[in-house]
Design a protein around this ligand. Structure first.
Ligand code: KIV
Length: 294
């Protein structure tokens, strides 16, 4: 029996996020990029699954998130929504999918919902992003904002580094977060922001903040799947907490497999299929008649 209203088919209703904030109940979000990660995230009880454009780096091996395309994110989002049924699945709008115009932004957001089953989209930045967010929400697609370190503009920000570390920059960030809420965003990601500033922003907003490198005062937290599980072996930002070392486990498992194959220890009888004796005899007789070497 679903714990939510029946019309959601067991899906976490979006307005429940406001209720979680009101109750001071923390929200857990994680990224996912395929069917098994979506399913595991669901089973683990997260409220929000983000199909992040971080896929460009952790899945596709690029140096930044900029090369991620709509087609790639659509493919990944489709896989995740097949696995994650209860959490809200948020598709990250890749660089170029919303920068050109409000119309483009709406068209691409609608593609995520119609073609990939996403429940919402996320888009980075403020400024011109405000009218994009407003247009997307106006078209009926829930939108999540993202301020602080916005990796799509890392070059303009001077690299992957913490934001809002002067009073002036903190004021701008605070105003941007409020403006995104006013534009209709249902939640705001705060990335790489001093904890004290993130707490103030969180207090000022009605909608939840989801922090990544923004301290414990946010209403929720997000981590990238590969960072959390130790699958991404590049240099991790200081805000990453690694809960497992799956890359190491996977490497050791594969080494054992390679050794088994080379030494003839795999496959064993339990991994193979049998054929009834009489069928095998008939086959051998056929081979003999055919003149095959036996
Ligand atoms: O792309 C992503 O994974 C993100 C999170 C880090 C918030 O935007």
């Amino acid at each position: 029996m679903s714990k939510y209203a029946s019309w959601t088919h067991g899906k976490l209703p979006l307005p429940e996020l406001l209720e979680l904030k009101r109750r001071g109940q923390k929200i857990a979000m994680v990224t996912a990029y395929d069917f098994p990660s979506g399913r595991i995230a669901d089973e683990a009880g997260v409220e929000l699954v983000l199909v992040g454009d971080s896929a460009a780096m952790v899945v596709l091996g690029h140096d930044s998130t900029v090369p991620a395309t709509m087609e790639e994110l659509l493919l990944l989002t489709r896989a995740v929504t097949r696995g994650a049924k209860r959490p809200l699945v948020i598709a990250d709008m890749p660089f170029g999918s919303f920068q050109v115009s409000d119309d483009d932004a709406v068209a691409n957001a609608v593609r995520f919902v119609k073609e990939a089953g996403a429940d919402a989209v996320k888009l980075e930045g403020a400024g011109p992003t405000l009218s994009r967010a407003q247009a997307i929400v106006g078209a009926g697609v829930p939108a999540m904002g993202h301020v602080g370190l916005t990796p799509q503009s890392a070059t303009m920000l001077g690299g992957f580094k913490a934001q809002g570390r002067t009073a002036e920059k903190a004021e701008r960030l605070y105003e941007d977060a409020l403006a995104l809420e006013a534009a209709g965003c249902f939640a705001i990601v705060l990335e790489a922001v001093p904890a004290a500033i993130a707490s103030r922003v969180t207090e000022a907003l009605q909608v939840p903040t989801i922090g990544i490198g923004a301290g414990a005062g946010c209403d929720g937290q997000v981590l990238v799947w590969h960072d959390l599980l130790g699958l991404y072996e590049g240099k991790a930002p200081r805000f990453v907490k690694r809960y497992a070392d799956l890359a190491d486990q996977a490497r050791r498992a594969l080494e054992a497999y390679v050794a088994d194959v080379r030494e003839g220890r795999f496959p064993e009888e339990q991994h193979t299929y049998a054929i009834p004796d009489e069928e095998l005899d008939a086959f051998e007789a056929w081979l003999g008649a055919r003149g095959a070497r036996v």
